[in-house]
Design a protein around this ligand. Structure first.
Ligand code: NAD
Length: 296
């Protein structure tokens, strides 16, 4: 049994914290939303008044927050995690944030005598509830080994990607690839529609040809060929277009600062911006098929 502070009980954090409670750990929770805190307390967690207060009594602190600025505000400052966690504590940030912030926070944590990992996840809210998330972890080997049993209570695949920031790097590289592949898949179906080619025929051919990819065979953006894909439920998420846009923008920031050439990543960010700006940010990102089909 480990004493854990869990900060950020949103769509992902809530089920992840619940899995830690179910695994028998002592979990102190903190969120700006008191209803989210109350739900976890009802399941066996204890409520903390601030991130720092939660961290003060914990061996391990887990954060699951929207973006880099939220993680900074929770970790730094007088009421923050770094000021209150005991020396030797382990901080695991599972949020998807920019690589530079992840590296800066890891350095600041080390200066305070704390271990810190960036451990963003893949698998969505379904994976969080089922405890089947994939963790992409950046940081020192010893800290990763210390975190492994706790991560295993929330996920089934744990990959040590490299030094601090490498987890975030892996996450944005993967999601940039996914965004580009989904747009390509949706464009192929939009073109097929205009050419009068049956969608199922295109699926049957491309899924066994060189166009085969996850966006086609697992997450097909048109209704029909893959019954479990969001296209069959009005593009209810899944993974929202707004979240995909956030990750594509993080990839572009990283490309700019590192000097990488990612022209298709840049274009993919603009295409998802179009989807979000036209009011579909809350739909699943595979709904980009509708956005493209509407374009004259
Ligand atoms: P969310 O917006 O549902 O939850 C964020 C929570 O953080 C909210 O409950 C909010 O009240 C809380 N919060 C914000 N600032 C706080 C503060 N200062 N102190 C305490 N609590 C604070 O977001 P989510 O969907 O749970 O996503 C969390 C992270 O996981 C994001 O970085 C996201 O990109 C990533 N992610 C999400 C998914 C997904 O499918 N939802 C999948 C993979 C990764």
């Amino acid at each position: 049994m480990t004493s854990i502070a869990f900060i950020g009980l949103g769509n992902m954090g809530r089920p992840m914290a619940l899995n830690l409670v179910k695994a028998g750990h002592q979990v102190a929770v903190c969120d700006l939303d008191q209803a989210a805190v109350a739900a976890l307390v009802a399941a066996g967690a204890t409520a903390a008044t601030s991130a720092g207060a939660a961290a003060a009594g914990a061996e391990v602190v887990v954060t699951m927050l929207p973006a880099g600025r939220h993680v900074r505000s929770v970790c730094e400052g007088e009421a923050g995690v770094f000021a209150h966690a005991a020396a030797g504590s382990l901080v695991i940030d599972c949020s998807t944030i920019d690589v530079d912030t992840a590296r800066a926070l890891a350095a600041a944590a080390a200066a305070k005598g704390l271990q810190m990992l960036d451990a963003p996840v893949s698998g969505g809210t379904g994976g969080a509830a089922a405890g089947t998330l994939t963790f992409m972890v950046g940081g020192e080997e010893a800290a990763v080994e210390r975190a492994r049993p706790l991560l295993a209570a929330m996920g089934k695949t744990i990959v040590h990607a490299g030094a601090a920031g490498s987890g975030q790097a892996a996450k944005i590289c993967n999601n940039m690839l996914l965004g580009i592949a989904m747009i390509g898949t949706a464009e192929a179906f939009a073109l097929a529609d205009r050419l009068g080619l049956d969608r199922q025929k295109l699926f049957d051919i491309s899924s066994t040809s060189s166009g085969q990819c996850w966006s086609l065979t697992t997450y097909c953006p048109v209704p029909g060929p893959v019954p479990t894909s969001p296209a069959n439920r009005g593009y209810a998420p899944g993974f929202t277009a707004a979240m995909m846009l956030k990750d594509l923008q993080l990839a572009q920031t990283a490309a700019l600062t590192s000097g990488a050439s990612t022209p298709l990543g840049a274009l993919a960010a603009q295409v998802y911006q179009l989807m979000v700006r036209t009011g579909d940010g809350d739909k699943d990102f595979s709904g980009i098929f509708e956005t493209l089909s509407r374009t004259p």
